[in-house]
Write a protein that binds this ligand. Structure first.
Ligand code: ADP
Ligand code: MG
Length: 274
């Protein structure tokens, strides 16, 4: 892990602050064995904004999301969420400041700020929609059952599934299952939602209902990072568009870069998805 170079960092390893970025990614690298997957990614996400990450398969998009949510540990670089360095803390020793891995409890607290929705909905098959949404509040956040039930019903209503709360995943369409997955993430009251190709596994006619819910959640002010091939969504909903290829950010800007790619790589990619 690289030592911080002190750019705007306090001794405690804070960056940003109240009005600063919700996420700061600084020179992040990830190596799997011989494979250098992320090669120095820099990215900032402002609170209440939507960032769309585009890029070909294998460019490192999922790995980047998994690093933000600490499902993987980074090889080098820094990631701050809500101004707080993730995964590590600086400790003052006689030989100076050193980085120490955070304990499990501290990492769990950091991870609880982030909700994640995957391509595959990953619902518990033996639980109803309502039970799926209640699971983490009751068993992870120790919310009393009656209260968790009320909140889960409200979240399912929010994603348009008030009439499906007692259905099992197998009785729901892919789009409905993905909306349950979104409700389940929202039930933990995250500050940030990460979506990894949330509509890629859906039949085309079911994509719209999931994008509609995501658009609504964005409209309510959620900070979102969305890996997607849905250019219409990126254009209309994202404030920031990022094109990744080969483990680096190749282009980055407002949604207008989709219609005005500066590089041949982005142009070539867009030709495959538009
Ligand atoms: P994307 O989401 O853009 O398709 P990924 O982040 O999933 O890309 O993967 C980037 C590269 O990293 C791929 O070559 C993939 O095979 C590799 N990779 C991802 N996760 C692992 C892992 N746990 N172990 C080894 N290689 C991995
Ligand atoms: Mg991926």
């Amino acid at each position: 892990m690289d030592e911080a170079q002190g750019q705007g960092l306090s001794a405690a390893g804070q960056a940003g602050g109240e009005d600063g970025p919700a996420i700061i990614i600084r020179q992040v690298h990830k190596v799997f064995g011989d494979l250098h997957v992320l090669k120095g990614v820099d990215l900032e996400v402002m609170p209440g904004t939507v960032t769309a990450i585009l890029g070909p398969s294998g460019s490192g998009k999922s790995t980047l999301l998994r690093l933000i949510n600490q499902l993987e540990t980074r090889t080098a670089g820094e990631i701050y969420v809500d101004g707080e360095l993730t995964g590590y803390k600086y400790v003052q020793t006689r030989r100076g400041r050193v980085l120490q891995t955070l304990d499990e409890k501290a990492i769990a607290r950091q991870r609880s700020k982030i909700g994640m929705v995957f391509q595959r909905f990953n619902l518990f098959p033996h639980m109803t929609a309502l039970e799926n949404v209640m699971e983490a509040p009751v068993h992870v956040a120790a919310v009393p059952k009656a209260q968790a039930r009320e909140e889960a019903l409200a979240q399912l209503d929010r994603v348009g599934l008030a009439d499906r709360v007692d259905y099992y995943p197998s009785q729901l369409s892919g789009g409905q299952q993905q909306r349950v997955a979104i409700a389940r993430a929202l039930a933990m009251h995250p500050d940030i939602m990460l979506f990894d190709e949330p509509t890629s596994a859906l039949d085309p006619e079911l994509v719209g209902e999931v994008l509609g819910v995501m658009r609504q959640v964005a409209g309510e002010g959620m900070t979102m990072v969305v890996v997607t091939h849905e250019m219409g969504f990126a254009r209309e909903v994202a404030e920031q568009v990022v094109f990744m290829d080969g483990g680096v950010v190749v282009e980055q800007g407002g949604p207008e870069i989709i219609d005005n790619p500066a590089t041949g790589r982005f142009k070539g990619f867009l030709a495959t998805v538009l």
